[in-house]
Design a protein around this ligand. Structure first.
Ligand SMILES: NC(=O)c1ccc[n+]([C@@H]2O[C@H](COP(=O)([O-])OP(=O)(O)OC[C@H]3O[C@@H](n4cnc5c(N)ncnc54)[C@H](O)[C@@H]3O)[C@@H](O)[C@H]2O)c1
Length: 257
């Protein structure tokens, strides 16, 4: 780990967490070799361009209007047809960019396109970073309920683009934080104890100041760290892992080591 980010391989594929993942992503794509197609949530195309413009072997950049109401089979069909028009073949890597809806839907489409092509995801929402993009569960909703059609299909890599959280609507930020609390409760141990004892921060104060600081969660053996404000940074904690926390108003501190 470095002051700029971390990389974890516990799940058998790299999970990269960094303020900007551009360098790590470019390096990963170069190592993969071959062409890639970008599928990007239309709300985050600026990040999509920032991260992939000028990267060699980009075959196409496909923005898609998403949202929970468009997380359905008809949108998957649109995406599959757009992939076909782009010239993607069985060896083309699909790179999805966006929040949890996009990791579910683009990952699902990639797992079906020509019976399955490699898929990597750049997470831009907190839910995607701490949960949706990790673990290989993909899918869409049916009129009868959420996530009723899908596949288990591991990505070949996940990138948490922390800088993107600067524009994530606060409501969606809160949903991610709730997800983190849920995991802390489920996992128990130090993480849960940390929630019960706010204020006793291991590892000392983080550099930088501001009402929003940092947040993170330990999940499936992966430590995910993130920052909600551009001046805040990751900071190493006791035990050689990231110390992460979030503070907003009177809300409790959250951290993991
Ligand atoms: N597969 C899994 O294991 C798993 C786990 C948890 C949640 N999920 C799924 O994740 C979805 C919820 O994820 P979500 O909260 O990320 O929803 P989302 O992808 O719809 O993102 C929320 C909103 O924020 C926008 N957005 C995303 N990143 C942004 C950014 N950096 N700046 C500005 N806007 C941004 C999106 O366009 C969208 O409008 C649900 O469909 C849920 O079922 C899946």
């Amino acid at each position: 780990m470095s002051a700029l980010g971390s990389e974890n391989h516990d799940l058998g594929y790299p999970i990269v967490v960094a303020p900007s993942v551009r360098a790590a992503l470019t390096d990963f794509l170069a190592r993969q070799g071959g062409r890639f197609v970008v599928l990007c949530d239309a709300n985050v195309v600026s990040y999509g361009h920032e991260l992939t413009n000028g990267v060699r072997d980009r075959l196409a950049f496909i923005p898609a209007r998403l949202g929970e109401r468009r997380k359905r089979l008809s949108t998957v069909e649109d995406v599959l047809r757009a992939l076909l028009r782009s010239g993607a073949d069985r060896k083309t890597l699909v790179l999805g960019i966006g929040g949890g809806v996009s990791s579910d839907l683009f990952g699902f489409a990639a797992s079906m396109y020509m019976r399955g092509v490699p898929y990597a995801h750049v997470a831009t929402s907190l839910v995607a970073m701490v949960d949706a993009a990790i673990g290989g569960k993909t899918g869409v909703d049916l009129p009868e309920g959420k996530n009723l059609a899908g596949t288990f299909s591991n990505p070949v890599a996940v990138f948490a683009h922390i800088d993107a959280l600067a524009t994530l609507p606060y409501r969606n930020m809160r949903e991610g934080l709730a997800e983190m609390v849920k995991h802390a409760v489920i996992e128990g141990g130090d993480l849960f104890a940390a929630i019960l004892a706010p204020g006793d921060m291991p590892g000392g104060e983080p550099p930088g100041e501001g009402p929003e600081v940092t947040a993170g969660v330990q999940r499936q053996g992966c430590l995910i760290g993130m920052s909600h404000c551009s001046t805040a940074s990751f900071f190493p904690c006791t035990g050689g892992t990231w110390c992460v926390r979030w503070r907003c108003g009177n809300a409790p501190w959250l951290w993991s080591n």
